[in-house]
Design a protein around this ligand. Structure first.
Ligand code: SF4
Length: 54
């Protein structure tokens, strides 16, 4: 079963992206560490469902 982000999640991601002060989300993400994030787009993610501001 595939899951699509809910509208709330999409809005939340849009809002976080809009408020991010850096070009890449990772530069402002608390998971920006090799042991905390295994996503291939790190450290240059511009879109990420796991992004959490520091
Ligand atoms: S969770 Fe996403 S935004 Fe955060 S470091 Fe990993 S790839 Fe970057």
């Amino acid at each position: 079963m595939t899951s699509t982000p809910s509208l709330i999640d999409q809005l939340r991601q849009w809002w976080l992206r809009t408020r991010c002060p850096t070009e890449f989300l990772c530069d402002n993400c608390k998971y920006d560490h090799p042991s905390a994030c295994l996503r291939p787009q790190r450290p240059n993610a511009i879109k990420c469902p796991d992004y959490q501001p520091r």
